[in-house]
Write a new protein. Structure first.
Length: 311
């Protein structure tokens, strides 16, 4: 099923996220040799854009050796949990930088969320991130969370990881979570998508050069067509239901669309939502943007249905 809010493709709607991305792009262009610490600090500042979700508590936890933040919205089911993989190209980002975004999604779904601080590249390239997320899932099993009460989610690179973790669990013969949420997923490690060109003028942050940099730092010597790194090359048959979204002003729009089509053709229950005029990971504007809040509400209802929770 596809939900599309019609708009002229490649037309960006101005907001604080676009302004932040434009400023960051200018800073990177002015400093092409920007060090990794400066890059991480700059991108982590995006967390300030989302409104603080109300009636949510946070707890630092050790999830089998992986530090994480456990998010518990008031009234949420404590038997259901969302493993949220933060974005940032697998190079930047943290549980703290994506705390508010993940909490908005968890609150909409009426479940807990856990946001792991998985290892980052280039210090720890692929597949360290997937290994850490698998560790978190095994820890959740040991804590009594049933796989059918669990889902994966993530934005950008985290959207990739939310899929790749399922593929790795399947490879290991582990029980699979019940659902996958991918927001503006970064999947195409070859940067061959048509919207990388068609939306180049409307996208404020993710240019081909930026994506190439992140791919190089994340994958190292790993092939760009390795299915666990690039799920567009994976066998998707048998995956749990998937909800995927993107903005139609972002260069990675067709990553979501191509994955949707491939999953649908493999017989997967998959829903695609494209929001008009929106930048990459427009959910950073949660609580301050109609489009972000609409996608979060839709994703929350969708996940409740897949987990068998009352709306």
């Amino acid at each position: 099923m596809t939900k599309r809010q019609e708009n002229n493709m490649g037309t960006a709607l101005p907001n604080a996220l676009q302004d932040s991305y434009t400023d960051m792009s200018a800073r990177m262009a002015a400093n092409p040799d920007m060090d990794i610490v400066t890059l991480r600090n700059m991108l982590d500042s995006l967390e300030s854009l989302a409104a603080e979700p109300t009636d949510v508590t946070y707890q630092d936890v050790d999830a089998g050796g992986v530090s994480a933040i456990l998010v518990t919205p008031a009234g949420a089911s404590t038997e259901h949990i969302l493993v949220y993989a933060h974005g940032g190209g697998c190079v930047t980002g943290s549980a703290a930088s994506h705390r508010k975004l993940a909490a908005h999604v968890a609150k909409a779904a009426g479940v807990q969320a856990i946001i792991p601080n998985f290892r980052l590249a280039p210090e720890f390239p692929f597949p360290a991130q997937i290994e850490d997320l698998v560790t978190v899932h095994k820890w959740l099993r040991a804590k009594g969370y049933r796989p059918e009460n669990t889902a994966t989610a993530g934005d950008s690179a985290g959207g990739n990881l939310s899929i790749a973790t399922i593929l790795k669990l399947r490879e290991l013969g582990e029980p699979l979570p019940a659902a996958i949420l991918g927001f503006s997923p970064w999947l195409d490690m070859e940067n061959l998508g048509k919207t990388m060109e068609s939306n180049a003028d409307s996208e404020a942050l993710v240019s081909r050069d930026v994506s190439e940099l992140m791919v190089t730092l994340y994958l190292g010597e790993t092939s760009r067509t390795e299915p666990l790194a690039n799920p567009l090359y994976a066998d998707l048959a048998g995956l749990p239901p998937v909800f995927v979204s993107a903005g139609d002003a972002e260069t990675l729009q067709d990553n979501a669309e191509r994955f949707h089509d491939k999953a649908r053709d493999a017989g997967v229950d998959v829903t695609l939502e494209i929001q008009p005029g929106q930048q990459h990971v427009y959910l950073f504007m949660a609580g301050k943007s109609t489009e972000a809040d609409t996608t979060i509400a839709n994703a929350g209802r969708w996940l409740r249905d897949r987990l068998g929770l009352a709306s």
